[in-house]
Design a protein around this ligand. Sequence first.
Ligand code: UDP
Length: 475
Amino acid sequence: VSSNNKPRVAFLPCPGMGHMIPHFEFAKLLVKNHNILVSFLVITTDASAAQNQFFESPNIPQGIRIVNIPPADMSNIIDENTLVLSRICLTVQESLKPLRSILAEVNPKVLIIDLFTSEAIDLAKQLSISVYTFTTASAGFLAFSLYLPTLDREVEEEFVDLPHPINVPGCRPERIEDLLDQVRNRKIDEYKWFLFHMDRLRLADGIFENSWEDLEPLALKAVREHAFFKSIQTPPVYPIGPLIKPDEFIAEKDAKIIAWLDNQPPDSVLFVVFGSGGTLTSEQLTELAWGLEMSEQRFILVARKPSDASASAAYFNVGNDQNDDPSVYLPEGFVERTKRVGIIVSSWAPQAAILGHGSTGAFLSHCGWNSCLESLSHGVPILAWPLYAEQKMNATQLEDGVDVAVKPVVQKGEKKVIGREEIERVVRLIMEGEEGMVLRSRAKQLKLSAEKALSYGGSSYNSVCRVVDIWKSLI
Ligand code: UDP
């Protein structure tokens, strides 16, 4: 097929590594398996080192063109108090002002947008471009989000004041304490932005979901078959996951981590990182360090500089703090005392390669959806420590339903710090307890089921083929 006849697809993920990575994996899959030409539109922000490195990589396959959308001037629009989702949405809104000319130049038949780039829908429709959303969160989250506009109309008070869980049609009830941050206060901008974009999910021609049939059977069935979702004209939902970062190219500075893992026994290392942007308070980081040390387990700890102001302090400058010295903000003597059992990294670790390594036995994770999928794809059980966004929802689903995770018990009361004894207990439980073995074997089952879904004739494989057939008929 000459390149003129190949379907042209453009991607428009929103800023953040947790969005870029799965969108890019999907782009690679379309190029490799389906002979599609991709333009990958990147909303650049004040340069996160991790994002820059990602797109400088020599591994960008032929068939994908990176189109950088220049950074918008955000100086009068956001300040240090702007919360993370408002910041993303405002950045997207400003950056997409030249979208018409970008699309005219790129000339795609299909535009794949993200949860928070739905402004592009109207313009795409005017230009007769088909629009699909690729949601980088779970199907449970998708069901909740499709239901939110109805909930917003029907409930007057704050959702957090409701005396009962939220019954998303056909899904497991959503516990109030697990509600995502963005819907916990309906008066603030975060909520308005979230509702704005979720209300537009229905306008796409189809929704790709980074999940697979066996992982979330209930929510996937609900969004496709339940009368409620039909009544709001939910477009077809295609589970195509798990699309995760493959075992990555290991930079020289990271090679020593992998070499160290090579020398550890199978399933013996706990990997600890809170996603691309998660940070702990200084008090919590201290407790975590003590808990790890007391557990006497092997570990790799990504110890970012703590922040008492925000749990997502590193979101917009991921990887910029590679020169921080963790011994300054970890308990005195911790680095020295644990050096025989642990490795400490200041900001960014090769997560995919670590999770894929046979010595890694469990993952202490903030439960961002990509991290969940990466862990399960490698058969690694999760010690769930959710921080922000929809992570509490994910953590509960993985603990109670998917049965691959355990959560530390958070004491009720004002101070939401997880103490060192509790951390020691759950770390021992998942690394050496019987419960840990059960979780590990369940995670290994899911690994096989994920491989099956993605391979030729599997459910996720077939979902992609179905849509590509539709696209090819558009030409
Ligand atoms: N990641 C990584 N190294 C790190 C931290 C994160 O490679 O030290 C990657 C991780 O593999 C995943 C993504 O960044 O692909 C984080 O996405 P997730 O949805 O888990 O969380 P978010 O960062 O969006 O909160």
